[in-house]
Design a protein around this ligand. Structure first.
Ligand code: FAD
Length: 326
């Protein structure tokens, strides 16, 4: 959107989107169109989820390759390490680098249902170890990137290509389900930063204060990397219930009730869009460095959320809010 931004406008905060790999050919076709529309919004990157245990590896790679071949958008690969040996994780990272993907969201992933969550599964115990491994594989793969040859244009090009663009990690504003408290979540995030993470993306949350308080606590605890809020517009009561079950993050009762009693699908979507746009506006006003939108592989809802924010002209957004507050 840079062409449309006037010199008197502040730059739009970076936005990014999350997709999951489609399961059917029909869904894959539809996803191509969705990606094309999302790309028009000029995101900083589009991330593609990864089934823990590697079940979606090929389908994730297909989506990432589509992004590389058909858009100018930086693809980001989610990778999980739970259940992997060192050599398997090594091979996985190499495979994605070979495909041309240089940005990652390094995750531990969840152990299979029924497994003892405290027992070690595989060689890598945490996302922080996967962050280190990604850096190590990258360095081994392109040793020249470490040496560097100042003054040689060819060498500096290699260096730019070789370095991972971003190594993102997950953060949990309302606490990871197994967290002992917010200080524990901050410590784990700090460990990921020390391991080489350059960016954190949050789990969904429903109150701006949850995010803003977590960022304050993380800063006080020594975390310096950007912490990008993950925003999920939820447009049906069934999806809200499923999300609550999956993430353990309790939604506000009023959103759950409003969605439940609204019979009309379009009006339900409107409720979800309005809620997400308000939440996004509040975290941006509180200083969020960007927005990461969970798309459910649909472009309409997330693009409408961005549209409501009028990010091309943030001053107007702030003014409107001040007026309504008075
Ligand atoms: P870690 O950072 O390793 O930590 C997870 C938790 O384990 C900690 O909060 C803590 O409670 C405990 N823990 C870790 N280390 C220690 C320690 N040293 N001492 C004590 N406790 C410890 N899952 C997928 O399978 N595929 C995806 O594509 C995917 N994408 C995601 C995207 C985002 C933005 C988010 C927020 C989550 C995503 N997940 C995904 C889910 C994620 O894999 C799970 O939440 C998983 O349980 C934790 O992963 P993590 O990377 O945060 O793990």
């Amino acid at each position: 959107g840079s062409a449309a931004e006037g010199a008197d406008c502040r730059p739009r905060p970076p936005i990014s989107f999350e997709l999951f790999p489609p399961r059917t050919d029909a869904a894959a076709l539809a996803l191509g169109r969705t990606i094309d529309r999302l790309a028009e919004a000029d995101p900083a990157f589009i991330s593609v989820t990864f089934g823990a245990g590697g079940t979606s590896r090929d389908r994730s790679l297909t989506v990432l390759r589509y992004l590389l071949a058909h858009t100018n958008v930086e693809p980001m690969a989610h990778l999980t390490c739970v259940g992997s040996s060192h050599s398997e994780a090594n091979r996985l990272v190499r495979e994605f680098l070979d495909a041309g993907v240089t940005s990652f969201l390094a995750l531990r992933g969840d152990p299979p249902v029924g497994a003892d969550p405290d027992a070690g599964i595989g060689d890598l115990a945490s996302a922080a170890e996967l962050v280190q491994l990604i850096h190590r594989v990258q360095e081994e793969r392109e040793p020249f990137a470490q040496v560097g040859m100042p003054g040689m244009p060819g060498a500096s090009r290699i260096r730019e290509r070789a370095r991972p663009e971003r190594v993102a990690v997950a953060a949990f504003p309302t606490g990871h389900p197994r967290s002992r408290g917010i200080a524990h979540d901050v410590d784990i995030l700090l460990a990921k930063e020390i391991s080489g993470a350059t960016l954190a993306i949050t789990q969904l949350f429903w109150r701006a204060d949850d995010y803003l308080t977590f960022v304050d606590r993380a800063r006080a605890g020594g975390v310096t990397i950007p912490i990008v809020p993950g925003i999920m517009p939820v447009t049906t009561p069934a999806r809200l219930a499923r999300l609550t079950e999956l993430t353990g993050v309790e939604p506000p009762a009023e959103l759950a009730i409003d969605l439940e009693i609204e019979p009309d699908a379009a009006a339900q979507a409107e409720l979800g869009i309005t809620f997400a746009a308000r939440l996004a506006a509040a975290v941006l006003e509180g200083g969020a460095p960007g927005l990461h939108l969970y798309t459910y592989n649909r472009h309409e809802v997330v693009l409408e959320v961005l549209n409501r924010l009028d990010l091309r002209n943030p001053d107007q957004l702030v003014n409107e809010r001040n007026t309504t507050q008075r």
